[in-house]
Design a protein around this ligand. Structure first.
Ligand code: MN
Length: 544
């Protein structure tokens, strides 16, 4: 118990509110296999706004023009009105701070998050400068940012391994310079709950001298302690937590948003009045949307959002839950939006029913895309008796398209078997109306299909990732395929999605989707520089 537990408190007081700072689009997107395109980042950002997060860290604008562009797009589309604060990451340099300020500028509330390493190991080997020089740099960057945006956050990178006295000196200096949030990152996932609680307590004591300054946690899961450390930080007085959906992030990931939110909601008595303004019924939807966008799926036993998180297998447990749910359930599936109230649609459901359902699932599609989804929905109803929310979300997520497709699939024919060389033939329609036929052989039917597409579209990138998943149960279930194709010229990765009852067709669709994004990017680049030449790319290769 904290020493002031007995003082009179106002329930729901502003001083007890824990701000949720979501970094799925920055720290999360940095994770291997979690790359998203602009359209996907916007979908995730809209869902984060529906959840009610306080701050969205949308990216690191100085990293590349593409990053700057997507932070700006999030600021414009999600950061207006009463929307969340839009934040961008910046190193403590004038260039980074100015680039970041320009990207977050369209938001109603904008924030720059400056990070600067403070541990001796980083100072000696990475920054190669003295402790005094680091303080001077921090003051320079914060003072500059203060004049450009509404809020300035400062992170002493690798804080958990920084000399505690020096850490406080740095923080005192940047608060004087105008930082309004002091974030204490456990960059390498090294700390433990009791150690982190002590550190945060000391920083909270320092911040208390400056009204309005908020202390924040940022924990990594290298030792599986990210959520525990974050909760310890809240107990010590932190009033912002940096988290990601599904806990994605560098290496073992960040503290998971859904776990921190539900821990606080399920055990409020342990947190001395601290609370969050999050609509927890949006958690499952947010988690699934991110999984579909990245093609990286959570384990069935993942807390809160895993497929088994609310299923009771043991007979004794089932019996107990049937008699009284609280016997084995500490929270309800409804509270996280994982209720069984999935509306089942079928063959006889009309356009209106589908449109309403899509809206409830967070997909607002224009007429053209809606008709495409409706067509696929009817097709699916012919193959499958019942179509549930998971199927509909999968159909809708492939329909959100980024740019008009250069090539569309007209026909696909694949032969494979034990004594056959897998062979595929595709007919693709170009945006100019002409069609072209190509064929190819490969190690498996999917490989053959990708090569047939290459035969039509010519040089593409390198296939780097391929994930396939069945959306719902049964042999008639939709297969959802996500591929990642790396453009060898620009080094950029393009994500493609395909959804079909036939896994090979879904794969061909996904590959073509990624290739279309790649070609659209090249067209845009070529417009900028007419003399641009692309090197011959390697043949894509995959076995299915
Ligand atoms: Mn991090």
């Amino acid at each position: 118990m904290s020493p002031d537990a007995n003082r009179v408190r106002t329930p729901g007081a502003e001083s007890d509110r824990v701000r949720v700072f979501d970094t799925t689009l920055r720290d999360g997107e940095q994770a291997p296999g979690c790359t998203m395109n602009l359209d996907e980042k916007l979908q995730v950002a809209h869902q984060l706004a529906r959840l009610g997060v306080d701050v969205i860290e949308a990216g690191y604008p100085a990293a590349s023009p593409g990053d700057a562009e997507s932070v700006k797009a999030v600021a414009e589309e999600v950061g207006g009105g009463q929307g969340p604060t839009i934040c961008g990451l910046a190193r403590a340099t004038e260039h980074d701070v100015r680039t970041c300020a320009a990207s977050v500028a369209p938001a109603t509330r904008s924030r720059i998050h400056i990070f600067l390493a403070t541990s001796d190991i980083h100072l000696q080997h990475k920054l190669r400068c003295s402790r005094d020089e680091v303080i001077a740099r921090g003051i320079m960057a914060v003072s500059l940012a203060k004049g450009l945006v509404h809020e300035v956050e400062f992170s002493p990178e690798d804080a958990a391994r920084t000399d505690p006295e020096y850490l406080l000196d740095v923080l005192a200096a940047v608060v004087e310079a105008g930082a309004t949030t002091l974030n204490i990152p456990d960059t390498v996932g090294f700390t433990t709950p009791w150690e982190y609680e002590n550190t945060i307590r000391r920083v909270v004591a320092l911040a208390a001298k400056h009204p309005g300054v908020v202390v924040s946690t940022h924990c990594h899961d290298d030792l599986g302690l990210a959520v525990a450390n974050t909760l310890a930080g809240i107990r010590a007085g932190a009033r912002q937590v940096e988290v990601t959906l599904n806990g994605i992030g560098e290496r073992a990931g960040n503290a998971s948003l859904e776990e921190v939110v539900m821990a606080l909601k399920t055990r409020p008595e342990l947190f001395d009045g601290a609370y969050m303004n999050i609509d927890s019924t949006q958690l499952t939807r947010a988690s699934r949307l991110l999984q579909q966008c990245t093609g990286t799926y959570v384990a069935p036993n993942k807390a809160i959002v895993g497929a088994n998180a609310f299923s009771h297998e043991a007979g004794i447990h089932q019996d107990g839950v049937l008699k009284h749910r609280a016997t084995y359930e500490i929270m309800t599936p409804e509270s996280v939006g994982a209720d069984g109230s999935m509306l089942v649609l079928g063959k006889h459901s009309g356009r209106h029913a589908l449109r309403e359902r899509l809206k409830e699932l967070g997909h607002e599609l224009d007429d053209e895309r809606f008709l495409e989804v409706f067509g696929r929905f009817k097709e699916l109803c012919d193959r499958k008796k019942f179509v549930d929310d998971r199927d509909i979300a999968a159909l809708a997520s492939t329909a959100h398209d980024h740019a008009p497709a250069r090539w569309t699939m007209v026909q696909m024919q694949v032969q494979s078997g034990t004594q056959l060389i897998p062979t595929a033939t595709v007919r693709l329609r170009n945006a100019d109306g002409t069609t072209k036929v190509g064929s190819g052989t490969g190690d498996g039917p999917v490989d053959a299909c990708c090569r047939a597409i290459d035969a039509v579209v010519g040089e593409t990138g390198e296939l780097q990732g391929f994930t396939t998943r069945s959306v719902s149960e049964g042999t008639g279930a939709l297969a959802e395929v996500t591929v990642r194709v790396k453009d060898l010229y620009s080094g950029r990765t393009f994500v493609g999605h395909g959804t079909h009852v036939d896994v090979v067709e879904a794969s061909g669709e996904a590959y073509l989707d990624a290739v279309n994004s790649l070609l659209t990017m090249r067209d845009a680049e070529a417009e900028k520089n007419a003399s641009l030449r692309f090197p011959k790319a390697k043949q894509a290769k995959v076995s299915a």
